[in-house]
Design a protein around this ligand. Structure first.
Ligand code: SF4
Ligand code: SF4
Length: 458
């Protein structure tokens, strides 16, 4: 049953361990989603999702329309790409990707005299589709998980025949400090969100539907609850405690169902599917309006930014244009991150485009950037108490310093999902999560090499 009463009266659920970083959401959580003016050029990297890059189907000099497909999926784990504006294809070449590499992309010169109305795409009627048609439509819409990982949505929704989805959870936790894009989306696009859930559930047929929201988003909880009641949507709104990393799939499932995902397994192995609020809104917009994934909401914020807010941004917009629209970066900025302060990646250049997985741009001053001197481990155990999956980060950190990758693997470092809770609490400022990222890279590389050698020796 949908929750629609007094939020304070509900006891929020949570998981064991975790941390409580300072919030900073107040910088932008009350700012309605804005739209910025269209800019002169857009850069669309062909690879902006997990899987194979898309394949261009346009040529230089060709006119394109806002919403028109400009690249096809290349194989199953890949999605289509669409023009975010009316304009002309200016180049198909190598451009700097937000990850720092020079990678193939399509550059569009924006038509400054256009009304920039979306040219609707033929999405089909979800009421009259079978599962393969729906999966193909989601792939054609260019949909990826909008929570940050950018995993192709149609792959996630392709439930194997030997599996079932009993529980479907919409992830509205947004537990990263500073980020408020999902919060605003839930408040302003609640109808579309629920419509997206209802469309999707025609195909995945979950018995229980949930929207998980941290209790610090009271307006979102209230609005979704009221809309769910008014449209008779059988979804339960689950208020969760404000704790990091509450929005990680494992932690959310643990909080709501009290179930653990076994090591090396996926949520579907325990009959659960999780998707982000933005993805639900995007499903609705594609099937109801014919609008593929050509824009997304981004929180542009930080104590070193002129005007923190939430903006609906065409994919491909140069970050510098977006940052300038939001007041620009102040002179005391120490660091710019893509994403939140816990899991976000340092961004050295801002002449790169917004991509489908960009959830936030964060300009931090010295204080929040936590630039600290590293000391030796004092064995205080704080990292052990923080780790939500009960690893021993202190031990793993010591093994990492010695390069004992095999020992780290035996101590389950591959289960680490790099939430950085351990690094956050460490009084010695040991960059534990960075060590674990490096170690996981070595372990994966070694496993791939051994597999290759074994195959060749047969
Ligand atoms: S980064 Fe890894 S080891 Fe550290 S708290 Fe998160 S899951 Fe645990
Ligand atoms: S929190 Fe830091 S200092 Fe404390 S045990 Fe863990 S690694 Fe060592």
């Amino acid at each position: 049953m949908a929750f629609g009463g007094n939020i304070a009266a509900i006891k929020p659920l949570s998981f064991s361990h975790g941390v409580h970083p300072e919030e900073y959401k107040q910088l932008s959580c009350n700012n309605p989603i804005e739209r910025m003016p269209f800019v002169a050029e857009y850069i669309l990297p062909l690879g902006q999702h997990i899987g194979a890059p898309s394949k261009p189907i346009v040529r230089k000099g060709q006119k394109v329309f806002r919403g028109q497909k400009i690249a096809d999926p290349e194989g199953f784990v890949s999605v289509a790409l669409h023009a975010p504006v009316d304009g002309t294809i200016d180049a198909i070449d190598l451009f700097t990707h937000p990850n720092g590499q020079e990678l193939p992309a399509i550059k569009i010169k924006c038509d400054t005299f256009s009304s920039q109305l979306v040219t609707p795409q033929e999405a089909g009627d979800p009421e009259n589709m079978d599962l393969p048609e729906f999966i193909s439509a989601i792939q054609e819409a260019g949909l990826v998980g909008l929570g940050g990982a950018a995993f192709p949505a149609h792959v996630k929704f392709s439930i194997p025949e030997d599996k079932t989805c009993q529980y479907f959870m919409v992830n509205g936790c947004e537990c990263e400090p500073f980020l408020t894009a999902d919060d605003r989306l839930m408040v302003e696009y609640a109808e579309e969100l629920l419509d997206g859930v209802e469309i999707l559930n025609r195909f995945i047929k979950a018995e229980k539907l949930y929207v998980a929201v941290e209790i610090n988003k009271q307006e979102a909880i209230q609005v979704i609850s009221e809309k769910a009641v008014s449209r008779n949507c059988p979804i339960e709104i689950v208020p969760l405690k404000v704790k990091y990393p509450q929005g990680a799939e494992k932690m959310m499932i643990s909080a709501i169902l009290g179930k653990e995902i076994p090591a090396g397994k996926l949520p579907l192995d325990i009959e659960v599917l999780v998707s982000n609020v933005g993805t639900m809104v995007a499903i609705s917009q594609y099937f109801r309006k014919g609008q593929p994934l050509i824009e997304r909401v981004i929180t542009v914020t930080g104590t070193a930014l002129g005007r923190p807010t939430n903006v609906m941004v065409p994919i491909g917009t140069p970050m510098i244009e977006l940052v300038n629209w939001c007041g620009g970066i102040t002179s005391d900025a120490a660091r710019v991150l893509l994403g939140g302060p816990m899991m976000g990646m340092v961004q050295k250049r801002l002449d790169v485009p917004v991509i489908k997985g960009t959830s936030g741009i964060l300009a931090l001053s010295d204080h929040e950037a936590r630039v600290m001197t590293e000391y030796s481990c004092i064995r205080c155990g704080r990292c052990v108490d923080a780790c939500p999956i009960f690893l021993n980060p202190s031990l793993l950190g010591m093994l990492a310093k010695k390069g004992f990758w095999d020992e780290m693997a035996k101590n389950n470092v591959m289960d680490c999902f790099e939430c950085a809770a351990c690094s956050f609490v460490c009084p010695s400022a040991i960059p534990l999560v960075q060590h674990f990222r490096v170690a996981k890279g070595f372990i994966k590389e070694k496993a791939a090499r051994e597999k290759f050698e074994n195959r060749n020796s047969v």
